[in-house]
Write a protein that binds this ligand. Structure first.
Ligand code: APR
Length: 241
């Protein structure tokens, strides 16, 4: 199975990964859905919408600060690292729903952060935007202009950064092979990216311990964790270099 995909990776002119929370699960960053998912413990509508934020910015910020601390202390896992290593040999693009910045930290350079970044902060009113790696002493943090700051993430009901989204569609529509890793494909519009790839005739591979709505239309589903499957796939790929 791995040998077959490794062959396809060698032949491919463009490899696109679509990733979700599952790729970072083995870095100690929880997923949203599933048995230990964040949305079992927390109410998405109370924490991840623009209305919730304006209603109670302190509570929403406390939740993001807790996650920021966890993410900043976490390290890319062998799954992230295998994807970065593959980019040294082939054109690899990473379309990610994750806000944790792990793909860039692992070394991938063509990363499209569809849902923004938890490490970047922006003003709710003016153009201020910055990367902040430290904790805030007071929540919600306030911009120099006097208005509250927010994490630069996409909340439910908000649209994706349009330049990133259009670039992601373009990559998905022109790849030879798409590897969908660690996403439930429950959230739109990111869950449409595999459809664009499929329409272009790309070979479709999924790495997920569980089934997803796209499993039936995959050429191959690897029912394993990302940190196990991706390094193994890389080994087969490098074997043929
Ligand atoms: N390796 C690979 N896949 C895994 C692993 C692992 N170690 N652990 C869990 N998974 C899979 C789960 O089976 C599940 O299908 O990862 C998927 C995680 O799904 P979600 O929690 O729904 O995460 P995601 O698809 O990224 O969610 C999309 O929803 O809440 C919003 O904005 C948030 O970006 C997020 C979006």
């Amino acid at each position: 199975m791995f040998r077959r995909i490794a062959d396809k990776l060698h032949q491919a002119e463009k490899i696109v990964f679509v990733t979700g929370a599952g790729i970072s699960q083995e870095s100690g960053i929880p997923t949203f859905r599933g048995k230990d998912g964040l949305w079992r413990k927390y109410d998405a509508m109370k924490l991840a919408t623009i209305d919730a934020f304006y209603e109670n910015p302190k509570i929403v910020w406390e939740w993001y600060e807790e996650r920021r601390k966890n993410i900043l202390a976490a390290k890319p896992n062998p799954g992230h690292l295998a994807m970065a290593e593959l980019e040294k040999h082939k054109p690899v693009h990473v379309l990610t729903q994750n806000i944790d910045g792990m793909h860039k930290r692992a070394g991938n350079t063509k990363v499209y952060e569809l849902h923004g970044s938890i490490i970047t902060i922006k003003c709710t009113v003016c153009d201020f935007k910055d990367t902040v790696m430290t904790s805030f002493s007071e929540l919600p943090p306030v911009c120099k202009c006097g208005n509250i700051l927010r994490p630069d993430v996409v909340w439910f009901g908000e649209s994706l950064p349009q330049n990133v989204w259009h670039a992601a569609i373009q990559q998905a529509s022109s790849c030879d092979i798409m590897i969908v890793v660690g996403t439930s494909l429950a959230v739109s519009p990111a869950n449409l990216l595999p459809v664009y790839a499929q329409q272009n005739g790309a070979i479709m591979v999924e790495v997920n311990p569980e089934e997803t709505p796209m499993s039936v239309s995959m050429d191959l589903s690897i029912r394993s964790s990302a940190a196990k499957a991706l390094p193994e796939l890389l080994l087969y790929f490098k074997d043929k270099l």
